[in-house]
Design a protein around this ligand. Structure first.
Ligand code: NAD
Length: 486
């Protein structure tokens, strides 16, 4: 029985209050539920079951029982099922896009053009890897085998809900692992659809399990569970650190994809007309709710006035509104807590003396309901200000001036984060040398197309481990040396 009716995003109240465990939709052990709120209207659109440690035990037991069979399933058979999952995502893309738009406010055009197709790409990549990846090599007389790590617990956030799910689930099951997923309690609808889709693709029972619920209770139980071999979380630094603490006593593998404060260095020879406009749109993509959003635009001081004018013109032209309208570029912030955090950071920027170029506090005019936030640009942002140091996770851009390229690099590196970075410039040698000096897991030169094979993850406090492509896949593998093999 699908959790959502097949032609719409509407929730079937009965099944949305169940968990997907051992190949079935099961009743939870407690009656607690969590509301799902449409951030565009503030209306409750569904209730999902809120799990407990006992539900986690059931899901982990199912994943453990399924592990011997799935890990021994030939790679080509695993690839076939991933191929079916990919096909079903494409077949149900409109239903998924509608659910995403409803649960976290993505504009329907961005849900259709980015959230769903990029999520599908992680599945395609994992499928394709299985036809080329060499699970065993021989070096001298020693065989080096790469084997699935075991039962993986996966905790995902609300900003790119389906995309973050497939970035973990697809490589894990491709590697031969079995999984327990806890999606964000704030955006669980697309995850329910995904569970049904995995079921319909014919994944054997117990390989994929889903438990909904809040972070401390369900996520905490997953992190501490003695029968879980690996925990992977994407979310805040606070949650990432708590997960690592809870996981420590059982010495499981921990991977964390956490916050960012990514710089965008505009070198003096950049084409400012395109570099500024694209920089603003990149920072505000998904309403600024992306961990690698380039939210610090670092620009030559003698071009500051020009940059400010270009940034304001771009930001002021952005249509913010009803996510269901195809005109809309940015929908609301995904939830009330995040809206309040973003508002507080805009106020902090004003009180710390940053110069407001456009936007500012309060809701977008004409919206009394819904978490619609004004695209906001600050200039003359000091590197010590909170808005230059802390992740805002909303449509707020900080313009920071520099005098020399060395100073630009120093500013770029001057946060506790190191997730993404951008460099713009026509002299590619200079841009490359600046990229090599930035301490971040991904550096983008001149706004390249998204590369699903490029490893993604953080230096410094942005996390540990990598996702996407071969590097992401290998996180789910153990290494075994068989000495005297040959
Ligand atoms: P969060 O970190 O609380 O939630 C992310 C996931 O972690 C959710 O599934 C949540 O249930 C789970 N979680 C929370 N506490 C946990 C715990 N103690 N143990 C196990 N799992 C736990 O994120 P949030 O509070 O909704 O957002 C706060 C900030 O986090 C945002 O302002 C933003 O800066 C950042 N964030 C980053 C990302 C990212 O992609 N790196 C995504 C979402 C939020």
């Amino acid at each position: 029985m699908p959790p959502l009716s097949s032609n719409s995003h509407r929730v079937d109240p009965e099944t949305s209050q169940r968990f997907y465990i051992d190949g079935r939709w099961c009743s939870p052990t407690t009656a607690a539920t969590l509301p799902v709120i449409n951030p565009a209207t503030e209306a409750v659109v569904a209730h999902v079951a809120s799990g407990s440690a006992q539900d986690v035990d059931r899901a982990v037991a199912a994943a453990r029982a399924a592990f011997p069979g799935w890990s021994a399933t030939p790679a080509q058979s695993r690839a076939q099922i991933l191929g079916k999952i990919y096909d079903l995502i494409i077949e149900r893309k409109e239903q998924l896009a509608q659910a995403l738009s409803l649960e976290m406010g993505a504009s329907i055009t961005s849900a259709r053009a980015m959230q769903v197709p990029l999520a599908a790409e992680h599945v395609r990549v994992a499928r394709d890897l299985l036809s080329t990846y060499c699970f065993q090599t021989v070096e001298g007389s020693t065989a080096i085998a790469r084997e699935p790590i075991g039962v993986c617990a996966l905790i995902t956030p609300w900003n790119w809900p389906l995309y973050q799910i497939t970035a973990k689930v697809a490589p894990a099951i491709a590697a031969g692992c079995t999984v327990v997923l806890k999606p964000s309690e704030l955006s669980p609808l697309s995850a329910l659809l995904f569970a049904q889709l995995v079921h319909d693709a014919g994944l054997p029972s117990g390989v994929f399990n889903l438990v909904n619920g809040n972070g401390p209770e369900v996520g905490g139980a997953m992190a501490a569970h003695p029968d879980v071999d690996m925990i992977s979380i994407t979310g805040s630094n606070r949650a990432g650190a708590l997960v690592a603490q809870a996981a420590a006593t059982t010495v499981k593998r921990v991977t964390q994809e956490l916050g960012g404060k990514s710089p965008n260095v505009l070198l003096p020879d950049a084409d400012f007309n395109t570099a500024v406009a694209q920089g603003v749109m990149s920072a505000f993509r998904n309403v600024g709710q992306s961990c690698s959003a380039p939210t610090r635009m670092i620009v030559p001081r003698d071009r500051l006035a020009e940059v400010e004018a270009l940034a304001a013109a771009t930001a002021n032209a952005i249509i913010v509104g009803d996510p269901q309208s195809e005109e809309t570029v940015l929908g609301p912030i995904a939830n009330e807590a995040q809206f309040n955090r973003v508002q507080a950071m805009i106020e902090a920027g004003l009180s710390e003396g940053a110069r407001l170029i456009c936007g500012g506090p309060g809701r977008v005019q004409g919206h009394d309901k819904g978490f619609f936030t004004r695209p906001t640009v600050f200039s003359e942002v000091g590197t010590g200000m909170r808005i230059a140091q802390e992740e805002i996770f909303g449509p707020v851009l900080c313009i920071i001036p520099y005098e020399t390229v060395d100073e630009a690099v120093a500013i770029a590196n001057d946060t506790v984060y190191g997730l993404g970075a951008h460099v713009q410039g026509q002299d590619l040698d200079l841009a490359r040398s600046v990229a090599s000096r930035i301490r971040a897991g991904q550096v983008h030169l001149n706004y390249p197309a998204w590369d699903p094979m490029a490893p993604f993850g953080g230096y410094k406090r942005s996390g540990n481990g990598r996702e996407y492509g071969v590097h992401g896949f290998e996180e789910y593998l153990e290494t075994k040396a068989i000495i005297g093999f040959a």
